[in-house]
Structures are given as C-alpha cells and as structure tokens.
Ligand binder design. Sequence first.
Ligand code: CU
Length: 148
Amino acid sequence: MSNANPSTSDQIRSLQPIIYTALILALVGVFVAFLALDKANESGGTVVQAAAAPAPAGGAAVGGAITLADFSFSGDMEFTGTDFGIELNNVGQTVHNLEIVGEAQSDNVNPGESAVLDVTGIDPGTYEIRCTIPGHAEQGMVGEITVS
Ligand SMILES: [Cu+2]
C-alpha cells in the first residue's frame, strides 16, 4: 500500500524533473534578460551619440568668413539672421581680432590661425567692425558689416 501513501522522498523524486526544468528555464530567462540589457545599452549608446552629434555645432551656423590681414578686413560683409558665426582667418604676421562695435568681440586670433566669432541676438542693421589691438584700427582695420 505504499502507492496509496507515498513517502515524502518519493514525492520529491517525482517532482525532480519539473524542478530541474524550472531551474533551466529560469537560467535561460536570466541569460536572455542580460542579452536584452546589453542590446538596450548598445542602442542607448548609439542614441546618446546621435544626440551628441549636433552638440559640437553648438553655436549657430557660420554665416560667412572675414580675412584679417595687416592691416585690413576683407571677405563676407553681409550676414543674415539674428544668430550666426563669423569665421575669422588671420593671414597676417601679427595677432588680430574682430569687434562688432557694441555687439560682439572675438578672441585674439594668432597669425595663421582661425577662429569663429559667435554672434547672437543681433538686430538687422549696419555695424562698425574694428580690430581692438592698439593701433590696428588706425592703420586700417575698420569696416562695416550689414545684417539683414
Ligand atoms: Cu589687428
């Protein structure tokens, strides 16, 4: 009559295949979850890169380029919009910069180097430009730009 009243160990023995199967399924599930997390991280990284890509553009698009020489400005003198960058290329033998009088001031640009002056929130109009290095404006580093 042992069948009518199986021992506890018999019950466990009969459950063993089910327990093993459950354990294996649980392990597979964890493994699949890790794979899914990996995938999520990878695609997350891609998304971050995609989001970061426009960041270097940061400032507004360059609207034109002005050449800084000893001692003159030349190049694009007409700009559009309220926000734009002006590429400054110093082809002279000495340091120069560009100030849009009352609006914006570039960093000094060393001979042979370039920089971008970011202009933001400027109104349409005509603006004086000059180099603020002492003596340069007097020697000819003055001009005008128009913004429309
Ligand atoms: Cu100068």
